[in-house]
Design a protein around this ligand. Structure first.
Ligand code: NAD
Length: 480
């Protein structure tokens, strides 16, 4: 398939960047070029912000059900082309085709979900204290919002930010990650075909330091929703402090799964293995620490090593586990594996580039045992298929170690003991708590976000809560 040259989407049209520079998106499975994109400039980004500002009032005045109808039609268009989009997603990001298909379906479901919510955004009425009066709230959009997204869920995350933003009447400037922007173009085409008015959504590709930084430092931007690394999240926070923009930051994780003696060990292995190695370990909610009671430790480690060995690694279009997204992500994972060995952890299985016929960014699923909580492989986000197994002697120690992290995104416990399960819910420092489930996998109609360095905490994404960030409330006292 020939690589397509893409453009920016601005004011309802696909337009050239003022820059002649482009960048290529390559297939991490074999190095082939998937698409080419403009390396846009500050001028391109400002043009997109102006288009959004010009379109916002009219979109906000459009009745909610009409805004919802646009999202519903876009969902239908995306559903119709879901197979092709899933294949494109695998070709540009690398994840296994079934995972990509699940992600595209999630984007469809999110569009349908917020299509309905657009009709519910009027505000609420309350009983006033005086007679002949009315007391109510009016929900209004925030204004012009900047969305900055990562590569690892390249269509679901843009969808779960853009859909509530649009449903609530905001105008959007979206900057996708440069590793996997093609599926954002597919989503944009669906919204365009669905009749989204010109300027309400604008998509600009290019570097974080130019396009991203122009969005985060621009006075016209009222709110910025960012998902990505904690390091870049901090830059976004600093920049937004200058302009006063509202911010939502969703960042890294070092998610623990605690395995207690009452667990069925085979079941625990499947829960931890799928949480650690699914999407090649490149999930913010990936299980990267297994904290396992000493009474079942050896059996668990052996089981997890077998689970990892049985995974079939290769191009996402055919294998269980695809490659890492780029050579530098692969290098980062291999560096952490070396550090784990140097720190004295035991490499049980994996740790290397597999011997495959393909020229891609592959790494073996890797299990370290005898890990101590202070080791770097137990503290830092690796963002690859590497899991650190830490032995503990009781529940208290397990929770202390689970909380011994700068991050607090998702956490799981595998136990049949009701008291342990409930104490874990109370004591764990995480935004998402799972009992007998893997740390990955989210439902779209409940809030999602983390604590500590995983999140800016003030706002949640998804569900009803996902609308809060994109709305503001006016309170009306009416006396007649
Ligand atoms: P990243 O921080 O490198 O990039 C994220 C986005 O920010 C990209 O679009 C990038 O171009 C842009 N960017 C880079 N520099 C910028 C700047 N100076 N100003 C503005 N924007 C800038 O992250 P990534 O490598 O794309 O994604 C992986 C990270 O995302 C991991 O840390 C992962 O945990 C995190 N993540 C978090 C969640 C969550 O919901 N908590 C979900 C998925 C991924």
């Amino acid at each position: 398939m020939a690589a397509q040259q893409r453009m920016n989407y601005c004011n309802g049209k696909w337009i050239e960047s003022e820059s002649t520079e482009t960048f290529s998106v390559t297939n991490p499975a074999d190095g082939s070029v998937v698409s080419r994109f403009p390396k846009s400039t500050e001028v391109d980004t400002e043009r997109a912000i102006r288009a959004a500002a010009d379109a916002q009032d009219t979109w906000a005045e459009t009745p909610g059900p009409e805004r919802g109808a646009v999202l519903r039609r876009a969902a239908g268009h995306l559903e119709n082309r879901a197979d092709d989009v899933a294949e494109t997603l695998t070709r540009e990001e690398g994840k296994a085709l079934a995972e990509a298909a699940g992600e595209v379906q999630r984007a469809v479901d999110i569009l349908y979900y917020y299509a309905e919510k657009a009709s519910d955004l009027a505000g609420e009425a309350k009983a006033p204290s005086g007679q002949n009066s009315r007391l109510r709230t009016v929900t209004e959009p925030v204004g012009v919002v900047g969305l900055i997204t990562p590569w690892n869920y390249p269509i679901a995350i843009p969808a779960w930010k853009a859909a509530p933003a649009l449903a609530a009447g905001n105008a959007v400037v979206l900057k996708p990650a440069s590793q996997a922007p093609t599926v954002v173009h597919e989503l944009t085409e669906c919204l365009d075909e669905a009749g989204l008015p010109d300027g309400v959504l604008n998509v600009v590709t290019g570097s974080g330091s130019e396009v991203g930084a122009t969005i985060t430092s621009h006075e016209t931007i009222d709110a910025i929703s960012f998902t990505g690394s904690s390091a870049v999240g901090e830059l976004v926070r600093e920049s937004a402090t200058e302009t006063g923009a509202r911010i939502q930051l969703e960042m890294g994780g070092k998610n623990p799964a605690v395995v207690m003696p009452s667990a069925d060990v085979d079941e625990a292995v499947t829960i931890v293995g799928s949480g650690a190695f699914g999407v090649t370990g490149q999930a913010c909610t990936a299980t990267s620490r297994a904290i396992v009671h000493e009474s079942i430790y050896d059996e668990f480690v052996d089981g997890l090593a077998d689970y990892a060995t049985d995974l079939d690694i290769g191009p996402g279009l055919e294998a269980d586990m695809g490659p890492q997204v780029t050579a530098s992500e692969l290098e980062g994972t291999l560096d952490y594996i070396e550090r784990g060995k140097e720190e004295g952890a035991t490499l049980e299985v994996g740790g290397d580039v597999p011997d495959t016929e393909y020229d891609g960014h592959y790494v073996e699923p890797t299990v370290f045992s005898n890990v101590k909580s202070e080791m770097q492989i137990a503290q830092e986000e690796i963002f690859g298929p590497v899991v650190a197994v830490i032995p503990v002697s009781d529940f208290e120690e397990a929770v202390t170690i689970a909380n011994d992290s700068q991050y607090g995104l998702s956490a799981s416990i595998i136990t049949k003991n009701l008291s342990e399960a409930n104490r874990f819910i109370d004591e764990i420092e995480a935004g998402v708590v799972k009992i007998n489930e893997k740390t990955t996998g989210l439902e779209l109609h409940v809030p999602f976000g983390g604590t500590k360095n995983s999140s800016s905490e003030t706002w949640r994404e998804q569900g009803d809560a996902g609308l809060d960030f994109f709305t503001t409330t006016k309170t009306v006292y009416l006396n007649y």
